[in-house]
Design a protein around this ligand. Structure first.
Ligand SMILES: [Zn+2]
Length: 473
């Protein structure tokens, strides 16, 4: 299997540190608001990647943090006149509810920054001892220039970075630094009402970047297989994580860096973000949108490509899911009925070919679009067999299992998908029975009327010697 590594800018053969096991760290949300669909995209992308690894038989140790203290948390708590921890608690619960609705598997562990203060202080001390960090007026900063490979992940050299750093507007902070490139590991409390912890340097709180270095190394080890996050985290967040972790441990931090693309919105395809005020929260969207449709919409675009969010694109995802649903309903129906099985080598060959194409596509850096295209090609072949008097039960049973597993990788539960049609099914069964009765009574006009009514619902009725059979068009 090949994975695109942001650090080397190439697709590399994936080799885990321990056979059969994968350590994966994904940067989690700052819990000061409901997640917007740009955040959901990252969560869904890495859940889909995780599910594919699990499908391939790996045991995935998946850690994702909650940033429950930073400037945004402090400002929002102040605005709402509640404590930072009450704010965090509220939005952590909201996050769990939203991601559960999107059928995201819970992480193995969700460490919280505020529970890791002791470990963070210890980590910063290590960096000071090694000469990579220094205290200045109660803050602690990282000596960026001392880390030789700084900028490698985001392909920037020190000159470019210097130009960027000089644009910083926080003059007071710049004065405390030895170098404009340095970044904060520990921030001294600025106002008495600010949440703060005692440390060797000041009453204060950790910077954002340090928490991920601490949690990743603490819970997954000095070197991990995969570190993920949105493309916007490449610089400076992940660059800083590498600098902190590798300086502290002296070991390689991450083997494969994976970054998901943005969600864009509107005709100009602007990046969706809280700062641009063009975001849609998952919490709001799920009031009007089937979570399975949103999940499928997001999971069906290659994780590195941008997703353009629009109601048309959501509608398209809904239509594709409907096609899956139709085939799955017919599969369940025909596998249960009493028709005699008839082997179809052509259908069996098509299923085997789809299986190979699916794995080949997914093994190529999770090319979900090619993988789905392979499945879409199979559906009409299955549908054709399903409409015959004698189906290939063995082949169709295998196809049913494959479709269930494959949709599962995309976070779609076929059970849930079929449940949503259950109500309509009851109505169909009732109408089909009425029509059969009408035929027995030779009430042809009534029978035709019922057939037309079913046709309008997208149901074709067939009269066979074994009785009346129905299927979705
Ligand atoms: Zn992070």
């Amino acid at each position: 299997m090949k994975i695109y590594n942001t650090l080397t800018k190439t697709k590399e053969e994936f080799r885990p540190i321990r056979p059969g096991e994968i350590s994966m760290y994904v940067c989690g949300p700052t819990v000061y608001n409901y997640i917007h669909i740009g955040n959901a995209r990252s969560v869904i992308a890495f859940d889909t990647i995780r599910r594919y690894f699990e499908y391939k038989g790996y045991r995935v140790n998946y850690v994702s943090n909650f940033t429950d203290v930073d400037d945004k948390m402090i400002n929002e708590a102040r605005a709402q006149k509640i404590s930072v921890s009450a704010l965090a608690q509220h939005y952590i619960e909201a996050y769990r509810a939203d991601t559960a609705a999107l059928n995201v598997q819970p992480a193995t562990l969700n460490p919280r920054a505020t529970n890791e203060i002791t470990a963070i202080i210890k980590f910063i001390q290590q960096l000071i001892t090694k000469g990579y960090a220094y205290e200045s007026a109660g803050d602690v900063y990282y000596r960026t220039r001392k880390f030789a490979n700084y900028g490698a992940l985001s392909s920037q050299n020190i000159t470019e970075l210097e130009a960027g750093a000089s644009e910083h507007v926080n003059v007071a902070e710049q004065k405390r630094k030895e170098d404009p490139l340095d970044f904060a590991l520990w921030k001294k409390q600025k106002q008495a009402d600010e949440i703060a912890w005692a440390s060797p340097w000041s009453l204060g709180r950790p910077g954002w970047h340090i928490e991920c270095s601490v949690m990743s190394t603490k819970y997954l080890g000095n070197t991990i297989d995969i570190h993920g996050g949105g493309q916007d985290l490449e610089f400076p967040h992940h660059e800083n994580e590498i600098a902190q972790s590798e300086a502290a441990t002296g070991q390689k931090f991450v083997h494969y860096w994976m970054h998901n693309g943005f969600v864009t919105v509107g005709a100009d395809q602007a990046k969706m973000s809280k700062s641009l005020h063009n975001f849609v929260t998952v919490h709001d969207l799920l009031k009007t949108t089937d979570p399975q449709v949103l999940r499928f919409f997001m999971a069906s675009v290659h994780y590195r490509r941008p997703i353009n969010y629009s109601t048309e694109n959501l509608e398209q995802a809904k239509n594709i899911l409907q096609k899956f649903k139709n085939t799955l309903v017919n599969l369940a129906y025909r596998l249960n009925d009493s028709s005699i099985s008839d082997r179809s080598p052509a259908v069996q060959a098509a299923i085997a070919q789809t299986e190979r194409n699916f794995i080949k596509a997914m093994d190529d850096d999770l090319n979900v679009q090619n993988a789905l295209a392979a499945i879409y090609d199979l559906l009409p072949i299955l549908n054709a067999n399903l409409s015959l008097a004698k189906v290939d039960k063995e082949a169709l049973k295998h196809a049913q299992k494959l479709l269930t597993d494959w949709l599962g990788i995309f976070g779609i539960s076929t059970k849930k998908l079929l449940n949503t049609v259950q109500k309509q099914d009851d109505e169909i069964v009732r109408l089909v029975a009425q029509r059969e009765q009408a035929r027995k009574n030779q009430e042809w006009a009534k029978s035709d009327e019922l057939r037309d009514k079913l046709k309008a619902m997208g149901i074709t009725v067939e009269d066979t010697p074994q009785g009346t059979r129905w299927r979705r068009d």
